[in-house]
Write a protein that binds this ligand. Sequence first.
Ligand code: SAH
Ligand code: SF4
Ligand code: F3S
Length: 483
Amino acid sequence: MEEKTLDENRQGELLMVEENALPLAPKNGKKLLLESYGCQMNFSDSEIVASILTQQGYTTTRDAEEADLVLMNTCAIRDNAEQRVRGRLQFFSGLKKKRPHLQVGILGCMAERLREKLLEEEKLVDLVVGPDAYRDLPNLLDNLESGQKGVNVLLSREETYAEITPVRLNTNGVTAFISIMRGCDNMCSFCVVPFTRGRERSRDAESIVNEARDLFQQGYREVTLLGQNVDSYKWNINNKGEISDPSKPTVNFAQLMEKVALIHPDLRVRFSTSHPKDMTDEVLQVMAKYENICNYIHLPVQSGNTDVLKKMNRGYTREWYLERIAAIRQYMPDCAISTDVIAGFCGETEEQHQDTLSLMKEVGYDMAYMFKYSERPKTLAERKFEDDISEEIKGRRLKEIIDQQMTHSAACTQKHIGKIQRVLVEGTSKKSTEHLYGRNSQNVVVVFPKGNIAPGDYVDVQMQACTSITLNGSVVQHYPRVI
Ligand code: SAH
Ligand code: SF4
Ligand code: F3S
């Protein structure tokens, strides 16, 4: 069966296309189509790319037929993520035949993984640029003019694009992502990210706080702090735990989150992704202390069996993970928790699969992203273990996991009914122009009648009904946004 998640806006290989109008700049007459696939970090990176190319005078288009440059910011996390991009490349190949001046570039994780191969295999690609090389885009585009194909896939130990102000793409003017770190040092045995994103590095804390403050002043009311493992954020501390610059303060993730929360009580703070081995009580205490830090944690478990976790090189046991869940519940009894799960990792037995189901039942996740294991080149698992669980068994196990989670998710949504909760309004409901939607602190989508309410306002909503993943209610209090 097709892999599915319960919230198609989030992590993973899910196709999401960005096509936006960039702000006016001295134009070069060229039109850019920028498409993003994969996780939130990729969407955040596209906003950096948009910023760099706006400076070059590009304007964007939603229409592939009128684009001069197509950039696809790609994901390599699972094979099907790459297959989708290949399919889309075929489409652009057709366009290129009609309009030979069209330039096509691949950015992001697939660019980093396949490098020059993309130029050789897919003759239609002109440009291959890895996640740490976006500053080189103007240069590479110039080279294209003189007929050269452009490749830059150098990974960096320092690049954080700290001072580049992202151009907000596809924005609702209310919620925004802020990258706080890049790369990953964890080397989970199944995962391609350390190879595509390079070494972990944290971004200057001050630049993060300034970006969040600017967003608030522009009217934004929610920021999501992004990193592959936000709990290992550290500024001014090197990997050996030594202070880099004694004249400056050190900042860990709990402290960074507190600084952002202190900008204004009306600025909501979210973050993703937490790693069970590194999530500290200090983070939970800061979350509990500030009303504007949302009560929602995405804590990927991957498997409920300790031996499988060891083979995955996750750095925790089933018991450790359950203890972290208990700590979350102790500090924030109403905190929503979601997770990522992989079905059919190398050598996974039926009993080990049952352990994943029993852990998921024990935790009762509000939401989960669930995947079949997909072997990725270069990873430890690819080199050391056999991908020996058949597609059929992977599919069956995934279905069992999804079916069980659907009942948990529905029950979790149901438990909000009858409560009055604060909701940040994000926009018009997809189903009815007479309704708006927003999210409660636990990240559940809430739909309510429009009245005189606008995006960016806060409302208190009495929850009255629900589908399995959405709440419906009526507004009992309205707090208009003041900019
Ligand atoms: N940094 C995050 C995860 C980033 S990737 C973390 O450590 O939690 C998002 C999710 O994709 C992972 O949590 C995992 O569940 C899934 N994933 C990663 N590699 C995969 C693979 N080879 N096959 C299937 N799912 C995978
Ligand atoms: Fe991949 Fe593990 Fe890093 Fe997450 S923590 S990005 S799963 S290596
Ligand atoms: Fe995909 Fe790269 Fe993100 S592999 S999940 S886009 S870090």
